[in-house]
Ligand binder design. Structure first.
Ligand code: FUC
Length: 815
């Protein structure tokens, strides 16, 4: 884990309850209306029904498919080598320039068997016989992002009822607490329902035991629900528990499976022990302590970033706020945009915590046995997008499951590389499951994407760039990079047109023909080889490999071509259609998430042309990606326009993103995009407010992370930064870009120390930094101060002693 994310920032919100999704009605459908809570492993959709409450839940490792599947399972691997086919296809592409996706699928694809899908576990059903049928007075269903607690409140016959639900990561359980303000007013029956056949449900001594095995693959699953009443009585009818006349009721749920993320068997211990222990431990605790532990754990992550947009939270339910949202600005709209930003962070915390699988297409929420795209891990954009906000919004721990997942994938991925390509290294294609599916299937327009492994390895490398955890680099990141690098060193193909090295066969995700050297292929492989080289240099290892990487980079086609209508080409040949609005904008990888396209260059101008042509619409995740692209083009207004479109047209009442259907990647990608609007650091400089839209003239963002183990707080007024504070964890230098430096400014440091900096351009400085120090760069308010280039530099050295350096620039003093 990268060290030293800054500890919880002081909470400057006017009211903590501002970050709340709330509604005046229970959910009637799961998709888009339920309130999601989760602890990384368990995901619950809370409906908030009054007489009948449905708590739909799943455990993330509950997957059909894989070893033991009735369909059979081979990881998508060919039984025999396909290297001659690859070579033959490369020759055909050399000769004819292309092959069709159908031909590629015919020659290299295989019918998918035993792939499986993530599964709903079932529903916990709470029936309240004394509750009214309709929607009672004062009904309110809310999800407080600050506490990660869902609450249902209503009044009935003079009694105020309250139901609370949360999913605790430290305790490994979901907790429900049902209470009323009159003694003995809680009566409830707790039952369980599941679509899986053959499940045994028993109720005894206040505990519901649920146990079964998936028909498809025999994966064992178990849940236990303990119900405790404060006064009142608990009885059972064999399969359901009933509490009568209690003051309050505590419900504790734990669930697990015998899945283990290990090749080749993917099975571990029977879940019984762990589930029993989790429930036993939780019910022995004081309920208030259990809740306090959960809230503290959640806030330890959630509170690290604060965003204020000079907003005003109107007293309107979230669905109405969303329905009324136009994207034209104003304090109420900013409140929704801010809520949406923080909701992405909330959703990542809830769906990705250490010790389980990464967030899937729906995070950790799934109500189906056949969810869209299996609720799997699509690796041609979606899985990567889910983790874009992890580092930038100061949640590095949430990306640990991605590290583990990538590490585990390398094992089957090696075999796939050997079978299909006859090469060393590891590979994974368009999508994967919980069982190391690294091979191919045969859906022509969505299967061929061997660059996915490189992209995933780059995700890990980027994590290193933020946290600078050398040990993590050595143990986890570098092995993934090196093996992906070895794969591409063995597989790059000299293009007969000019001798440059290209990927072939190459397929721009879900778009066009199969050719050699599509832009995205070249851009990903280029960044991979470069990252592998830099990582090897950092670790001072593998000199031979470094030489090979350097030589390959020198010959590699960079995949950055400007075409006939001044666009960035998606393919090596100029085939782009200016009227094409395809959702994938793969050729802009080098702009985001890559870093080869710099602002102000011809390539950046071409990227803008391409992006403009693709339009501002698209599926939810496509819009989210475009927010990031526009932010990287330093066009805050356009980034905001796309964000507004996503809120208006691709967002469901519970603020889940919709493709359609619901996909969580769009939420997480949009949160990342907002962070990119406020702070960028991919070009080895800390770029402050690079894409601030006019609709956010005044605001504060604290706790954002920059590469180089730096935490940044920013305040701005009238579109201009007023204070930028850097918390630096390392000794070194940092290049800071901000329009703040165009005006007189002061530097305040803590602890006591003389700041040393040097101006680079009118809008950037290089600051010398020390581990554990804080540097506040503030727009000077007094007329003594002049710009450094004017010959007077003012420093405020903490605490409060101002030093003047007249007639000298800081360069003169601190070369
Ligand atoms: C990618 C996209 C689709 C969808 C799927 C889950 O393949 O092209 O639009 O989001 O992932």
């Amino acid at each position: 884990m990268p060290p030293s994310p800054r500890p919880t920032a002081p909470d400057g919100r006017t009211s903590p309850s501002e970050l709340v999704l709330w509604y005046r009605r229970p959910a009637t459908v799961w998709e888009g209306e339920c309130l999601p809570i989760g602890n990384g492993a368990l995901g619950v959709g809370v409906f908030g029904g009054v007489r009948h409450e449905r708590l739909q839940f799943t455990e993330k490792t509950l997957w059909t498919g894989g070893p033991g599947s009735r369909e059979g399972y081979d990881h998508g691997d060919w039984p025999e080598p396909r290297t001659t086919v690859i070579e033959e296809l490369r020759r055909r592409i050399d000769q004819r320039g292309r092959v069709s996706p159908e031909e590629l699928a015919r020659r290299l694809g295989r019918p998918r068997r035993g792939y499986g899908a993530q599964q709903t576990f079932g529903d916990l059903l709470l029936d309240f016989p004394d509750a009214p049928d309709g929607i009672p007075a004062g009904y309110r269903r809310a999800l407080d992002l600050d506490d990660a607690v869902a609450t249902i409140r209503y009044r009935h016959r003079g009694v105020a009822h309250r139901r609370e639900y949360f999913a605790s990561h430290p305790a490994g359980v979901v907790v429900g607490r049902l209470s009323a303000d009159r003694a003995g007013a809680v009566t409830v029956t707790v039952g369980f329902r599941t679509p899986h056949p053959g499940v045994r449900v028993t109720a005894d001594s206040g505990r519901l035991m649920v146990r079964g095995a998936l028909t498809d693959n025999g994966l064992v699953f178990e849940a236990q629900v303990h119900v405790m009443a404060e006064s009142g009585t608990v009885t059972d009818d064999g399969t359901r528990l009933t509490v009568t006349g209690a003051d309050s009721v505590l419900i504790v749920l734990a669930a697990g499976t015998d899945y283990a993320p290990r090749y080749p068997g993917y099975r571990g211990a029977d879940p019984h022990r762990a589930v029993t222990d989790a429930v036993d431990r939780a019910v022995r605790r004081d309920p208030a302590a259990l809740r306090a532990e959960h809230v503290a754990d959640h806030r330890g992550l959630f509170h690290r970033v604060r965003l204020d947009l000079d907003h005003h939270v109107p007293d309107r339910p979230t669905d109405e706020l969303l329905a009324g949202y136009r994207g034209t600005g104003g304090p109420a709209e900013r409140a929704l945009e801010r809520l949406y930003f923080q909701y992405g962070r909330y959703l990542l915390i809830a769906s990705s915590r250490p010790g389980t699988l990464p967030a899937h297409l729906q995070g950790v929420w799934n109500d189906s046995t056949s969810p869209p795209w299996s609720a799997d891990y699509h690796t041609n954009i979606n899985l990567q997008m889910a983790y874009w906000p992890a580092e930038t919004t100061n949640l590095p721990e949430t990306a640990e499951p991605l590290d583990d997942f990538v590490t585990a994938l390398r094992v089957p991925g090696r075999r796939t590389a050997a079978r299909i390509f006859g090469s060393p290294g590891w590979v994974v294609f368009n999508e994967t499951n919980a069982f190391g599916f690294t091979g191919v299937h045969d859906y022509p327009t969505a299967f061929w994407f061997p660059e996915a492994a490189a992209w995933l390895a780059l995700m890990l490398w980027d994590r290193y760039r933020f946290g600078l955890d050398r040990e993590h680099l050595r143990r986890t990141v570098y092995p993934a990079l090196r093996e992906a690098g070895e794969f591409w060193l063995a597989n790059l193909h000299p293009d007969p047109r000019d001798g440059t090295l290209v990927v072939s066969p190459s397929y721009s995700p879900e778009h066009g023909d199969v050719t050699a050297g599509a832009a995205m292929s070249q851009q990903i492989v280029g960044e991979l080889l470069d990252a592998t080289l830099r990582a090897a240099e950092t670790l001072d290892t593998d000199p031979g490999l470094r030489a090979d990487l350097g030589a390959a980079l020198a010959r590699l086609d960079p995949g950055l071509r400007i075409g006939g209508w001044r666009h960035l080409q998606e393919w090596r040949a100029d085939l782009d259609d200016p009227h094409d609005t395809h959702r994938h904008v793969s050729h802009l990888f080098a702009l985001h998430p890559g870093s080869r396209i710099h602002p102000g260059t011809p390539e950046s101008a071409a990227a803008r042309v391409s992006l403009t042509a693709r339009g501002d619409g698209g599926t939810g995740w496509s819009r989210a990606w475009k927010i990031n692209h526009w932010a990287r083009l330093h066009d805050g207004d356009h980034a905001h326009r796309v964000l507004a479109g996503q809120l208006r047209e691709s967002t469901l009442p519970n603020l889940w993103d919709t493709h359609p259907p619901f996909q969580l990647d769009g939420n997480l990608g949009a949160t990342a995009g907002i962070a990119e609007m406020l702070l960028q650091s991919h070009l080895d400089a800390v770029d402050v407010l690079p894409a601030l839209p006019r609709t956010w003239p005044t605001g504060t963002a604290t706790g954002l992370r920059a590469r180089g183990d730096i935490t940044v707080d920013i305040s701005w007024t009238d579109g201009h930064p007023t204070t930028v504070t850097l918390h630096t964890a390392r000794n070194g230098t940092v290049h800071v870009r901000s329009t703040l430096f165009q005006e007189p400014f002061t530097v305040t440091t803590a602890p006591l120390e003389s700041p040393r900096f040097r101006r680079v351009t009118p809008t950037s400085i290089i600051l010398e930094t020390h581990a554990g120090a804080t540097y506040s760069l503030t727009r000077a308010e007094n007329d003594h101060a002049q710009t450094p280039s004017g010959g007077v530099v003012e420093f405020y050295s903490f605490p409060g002693s101002r030093q003047h350096f007249r007639g000298a620039t800081s360069e003169d003093r601190h070369p």
